[in-house]
Every structure is written in C-alpha cells, then in structure tokens.
Write a protein that binds this ligand. Structure first.
Ligand SMILES: [Zn+2]
Ligand SMILES: [Zn+2]
Length: 341
C-alpha cells in the first residue's frame, strides 16, 4: 500500500510502497482510509523541529486525522463493526496511570499518538485500537469526518469555559481557532471576536461567523475589545507572548482564559495585576476529553450547528501530498485534506 512516511531523521516526508498491516492485535481494527487531513503536528514532523525530534523514531507512517471504513475488527468491544464509517481519537491512552483512573484520559501520562509513536493514517490502511474509533452518523459529511480530531481541540477549548451569553475573543485563527468560532456561537456566545495577523485567516474567521475581526498589525486589539465592553472569555490559540498579554489585558475581572496555543519559549505575564487581582481563571487545554468532547463535537456537526466543510480550504490527491504540505506551510490555508480513496 502507499503511505506517507517520515523515512529518516531529516527534513521532509516521502511516499513509500509498504506492506499492509498484517497482524491485528486483539482489540484492534483495520480501517481503509478515505480522507486524511494535515495537522500542524504533521508540519512539525515534516520540518523535523525539536518537538518532533524528541518524540519520533523514524521510519513511521505519519498522519492522525482521518475518516475511513472499518474492514475488520479483531475481537474488541463491539463499539464499531465491519462497514462502519469512522473517524478516530489520535491519543492512545494507558488506562492505568493516575490521570486515566480519574477519568482524565486527555492528560494520560503515557499517551501514544497515532502517526507519531505508531504508524498513522496517511496510508491506504491503518491498524488502530478499536476503542479509538468513533462511528459517524450518516449526517456527517466525509470531509468533515476527516477534521473531527482537530475540531475536538476547538470543542474542548470552548467547553472548558462558560461561554453562554458571553463575549468571546479568539486570539489566533489558524484552523483550530477558526473552528472554535462556530462552536462558541453554538454554545451560546453572544459576540465572537477574532484576532490574527493574517488577512486570509481573518477572512476565514469571518466566513464561519466571527462578528468582529481585528488585524493586530493594524489595530490595537485591547482597545477595540475594551470599546466593545471587554472579553468575558479569551481562547488563546496563537502561542504568542503578545497575544497572551493582550488577552489578559482585555479580559474582564472574573473572566476566563483557555490556552491551547503553545509558546516556543517561556513567556512573561503580569500575573499580579492581570490574573490575581482580576480573579481570572486560566485553563490549559490538551487533547480532547474522552469521550465528552467527541459526543459534543459530533452533536454540533451532525445537527448542522457547525459546518466544518467551510474550514476545509484545500483538497489534494494523496499523491500530491507535497502540495498539501506547501499549502499548510504558506499560512494561507484552513484545513488541508488529502483524498486517499
Ligand atoms: Zn492533529
Ligand atoms: Zn494513562
């Protein structure tokens, strides 16, 4: 079968002809991959940055966001069956660590990630633990199915705060920030404001329902948001020190900040004035809550409250994967999907 792999510990990825998964361990399923989307993680792996170097041991088939059809299940839980259309949770958790035993699977100490620690979904077939598969209702478009995993990051971020009747600011509207906008609206936010440096991404934010967009190169976001009454909730998706500080500046006393963006380095924040004195709650967001995030995300998509197809800006044939990576690295893209079957 064809697979896009990190073949060696250098920059780039390539397509290889490799054997189909043969041995299916007890409790695992074999899935025919139909569509897969490229994640920021895949770009880190492509670029072979420090994050990727620390975690990966090539050769590994990359990719972890996909939709496909179940071909076979070895034993298992009866959660999915042959012929089911499925997407998947990318984090394989241990079930035995302290966090897992407290129903905090998203924070499992021994998480293994599909397409990083084990062969992934940029391939014609993937072997995967059945418990990670999520059966899709027929009302979910296939394209949307291929981006449910990163959508889960957006859902988890929004659901960590109380956005009902609130003014919400999303700082950084890459694909996950963009997906957080319709989620915040569907869950009751009355005003959603998006900030970014990129006109392309701000346009995308507006396409999915942002009420106000602010290009921080042109306008002071703190001033604009304060003129609108301040932010009750800030969803920080950029990992930038200035966005973090601006977010804390614009938040009202008693407000909440959810941080998903990963800064490259330590950052300096005015904790005394902007966190303690204002009584702000800060949530760190990792992965997706198993399985509350998936349940809520699927409900939002299958009910039509959130249209994920608007977030997909590019689709390429599997063999044109390089064009997909180029689109992702250009910054002028939402989600980029590879059509495998
Ligand atoms: Zn991802
Ligand atoms: Zn665990």
């Amino acid at each position: 079968m064809l697979a896009i792999r990190k073949g060696s510990a250098t920059k780039g990825v390539a397509m290889y002809e490799i054997d189909e998964p043969k041995e299916l361990p007890e409790g695992w399923a074999l899935v025919e991959v139909w569509k897969a989307s490229i994640c920021g993680t895949d770009v880190h792996i492509y670029q072979w940055n420090e994050w990727a170097q620390k975690r990966m041991n090539p050769p590994v088939t990359i990719g972890h966001e996909f939709v496909g059809k179940v071909l076979k299940v070895n034993g298992g839980l009866g959660k999915v069956h042959e012929g089911d259309i499925v997407s998947a949770e990318s984090h394989v958790v241990c079930h035995t660590c302290r966090e897992c035993r407290r129903n905090m699977y998203h924070a499992c100490e021994n998480t293994k990630i599909i397409g990083v620690h084990m062969d992934g979904a940029f391939a014609e077939y993937i072997a995967i633990p059945e418990e990670n598969l999520v059966k899709l209702p027929p009302s979910v478009p296939l394209e949307a199915g291929s981006v449910l995993e990163p959508f889960g990051n957006a859902v988890h971020t929004v659901q960590s705060a109380d956005v009902r009747g609130k003014k919400v600011v999303v700082t950084g509207v890459g694909p996950i920030g963009v997906m957080a906008i319709p989620v915040a609206k569907a869950l009751g936010a009355t005003l959603v404001i998006a900030t970014d440096l990129s006109p392309y991404r701000l346009q995308l934010a507006s396409n999915v329902g942002a009420d106000v967009t602010i290009n921080v190169k042109e306008k002071d976001p703190v001033r604009v948001v304060n003129d609108l009454g301040g932010a009750d909730v800030v969803l920080e998706m950029s990992g930038s020190q200035s966005a973090l500080n601006q977010g804390l500046d614009m938040i009202v006393p008693g407000g909440e900040m959810c941080i998903l963006g990963l800064p490259d380095n330590n950052v300096s924040l005015d904790i005394a004035n902007n966190v303690v004195s204002k009584g702000i709650t800060i949530h760190g967001i990792t992965g997706r809550r198993l399985w509350e995030t998936w349940d809520l995300g699927l409900a939002l998509v299958s009910s039509g409250k959130v249209d994920l197809t608007k977030v997909i800006t590019h689709q390429f044939d599997f063999k044109d994967y390089q064009k997909g990576f180029d689109a992702m690295m250009s910054g002028n893209s939402g989600k980029v999907v590879l059509n495998i079957k």
